[in-house]
Design a protein. Structure first.
Length: 240
């Protein structure tokens, strides 16, 4: 029997935020000293909201018994955001995090370092001018790896973007993710910042110089983007 028959797909609802946050914390746990502490979940929620705040389209996978299995979030130019309330919730969660000095250091690393470098990469790659959408978040729960959830989410993303008239999209990823997935699928790496080549990044914020960052671009006129996907492959990407 096809294991994927036990998974169905639907738009995200606001009440799914806790489940998405919990999975984010599981897939990308915080560094030693924060992982497993009361700060870990708020930081995961902050990062989830960072991507959700700008998202205009979603596709959530869940099992037949309602267990979260994965998600894709995308931002399509000129489309309304999914959840206007995400902005205020992001501010509320940020305030809780920065009240702890360890949390404040993480937020500084992200906002003064990681996110800044992402914006610089976008400018270098000119992706805002040459694409109509960004894949904000692509995440599969470890509990369903091998069930084809990642492949299904990927194909449904491509189909939905084409229907919306998107000709090309981009995504951010980094060396904490399986970025080789995008090389294998034929996306074009249009920008990269290799940590070893930029020791000065460590001066921007504590913990900044810890990984490589990449931007990939996908041309939706290329039918191979969907055809090349192995239905049993699962991956994850964090966006900007």
């Amino acid at each position: 029997m096809d294991a994927n028959s036990h998974v169905h797909y639907r738009p995200m609802r606001w009440e799914d935020l806790d489940a998405v946050t919990d999975c984010f914390d599981l897939v990308w746990p915080q560094r030693e000293g924060i992982a497993g502490t009361p700060l870990a979940t708020p930081i995961a929620r902050y990062l989830t909201l960072h991507y959700l705040e700008l998202s205009t389209w979603s596709n959530l996978a869940e099992t037949d018994d309602g267990v979260f299995a994965g998600i894709t979030l995308a931002r399509v130019a000129d489309a309304p955001t999914l959840f206007p309330q995400a902005h205020d919730e992001l501010g509320r969660v940020r305030s809780l995090i920065v009240a702890d000095p360890r949390g404040a250091a993480v937020v500084a690393m992200l906002e003064d370092g990681f996110f800044v470098r992402e914006r610089i990469l976008e400018e270098d790659a000119d992706v805002d001018e040459t694409t109509q959408a960004e894949l904000e978040l692509f995440m599969v729960s470890p509990a369903v790896r091998g069930m084809g959830v990642g492949g299904a989410l990927w194909r449904q993303l491509l189909d939905a973007l084409r229907v919306m008239g998107v000709r090309a999209f981009f995504l951010h990823t980094d060396s904490s993710c399986d970025y080789g997935f995008y090389d294998h699928k034929g996306l074009t790496r249009v920008a990269a910042r290799i940590a070893a080549d930029h020791p000065e990044d460590a001066d921007l914020a504590a913990g900044m110089n810890t990984g490589d960052q990449f931007i990939y671009r996908a041309d939706l006129a290329d039918a191979a983007l969907g055809a090349a996907v192995d239905p049993h492959e699962d991956t994850e990407v964090r966006g900007a």
